[in-house]
Write a protein that binds this ligand. Sequence first.
Ligand code: URA
Length: 430
Amino acid sequence: MTETFDAVDVIITKRDGGRLSDGQIDWVIDAYTRGSVADEQMAALAMAIVLRGMEPDELSRWTAAMIASGERLDLREITRPTTDKHSTGGVGDKITLPLAPLVAACGAAVPQLSGRGLGHTGGTLDKLESIPGWRASLSNEQFVRQLQEVGAVVCAAGSGLAPADRKLYALRDVTATVESIPLIASSIMSKKIAEGSSALVLDVKVGTGAFMKTEANARELAEAMVGLGTAHGVRTVALLTDMSTPLGRTAGNALEVAESIEVLAGGGPPDVVELTLALAHEMLAAVGLGDVDAAAALRDGRAMDVWRRMIAAQGGDPDAALPAAREKHVVTAPATGVLTRLDALAVGVAAWRLGAGRAQQGEAVSAGAGVVLLAKPGDRVRAGEALLELHADEPDRFARAVAALDGGFDIDESGAATVPTVTTIIDRVG
Ligand code: URA
């Protein structure tokens, strides 16, 4: 086949700081997906984008081309309004688990295509797979039927959705080209727009445990993603939320499922409840259901009912005991005082080293492994008292997990420090 453009010319345009033309963008994404543009050429282009950036309309066209590389799900037959959320990823971020059934219990439909964890951040599918029998893969027909019948579905994205991103993301991962706001924004939004939801709420994490370490970068990413969603006809808003300390009291697959069930039963840690309700409100407001009292649906068990149906619809047993790790190791407080800092990245890396995450795509994860936080910033602790509980199947994992926690927390021995316990939501964009 005769190609319309030449990959080297496209790379030169961006390398020299130019704007890619619509024709160049459409061609390079299509040709890369077909295999006519080589990985090394796409890697050079990605690096040029990292260094030179993209204009807003250029980014919009790039995202449209990524969406057009595959199918866009058609959810028009769903009788309830569709609304979804996406988190840029953090430590202990189990919010999807209580949120999807909660929003469904309030009258909307939640079509959520999720991913697996890589590195220190956990993946929603890995968490749900710790429930005996639950399966992540559904056909498009099963996805639409469950969405209509139960109101919530969390499953793996099929290979037909934004295949250009699947290929490009794997390439970026090994060519130091992940950290680019236009590339991250187009990667996330191409998948979310292709999913077909009419509204989308983005939870953009800021802090040590997040992709975006500063509020300024997180805001720029949030604005880029809100702009893309809006340009493609999806009502999109973003919350900037804190990820300097883990969310809730657990990081690890089955441990986070158990904590989510506590939230669905009307309890759970205040920061998880606060963020779940704030995101539920945004998701509902985006589809005209902003007056619905989501807190009532948590209190009276309606959200729990949908959870049970959602898990059972994908083969899971909502009453089965969750797997537990074979071994435990306690990390104690070295001093008496106020815990002023417990670093999200340190806890995330510890959970990962305990077996909760994977180092390479395709590896199995341990369902029971992870970290339980027995104290949170703001709590008073006594020297020798248990601070963190580490769970693993193999005891030889503990030493490296403990090493990850070295320097990961501070205790104010004067005891005078006060730390607000719930500081999750920083701002709203859109
Ligand atoms: N998640 C994605 O899906 N893509 C990125 O580029 C970064 C995070």
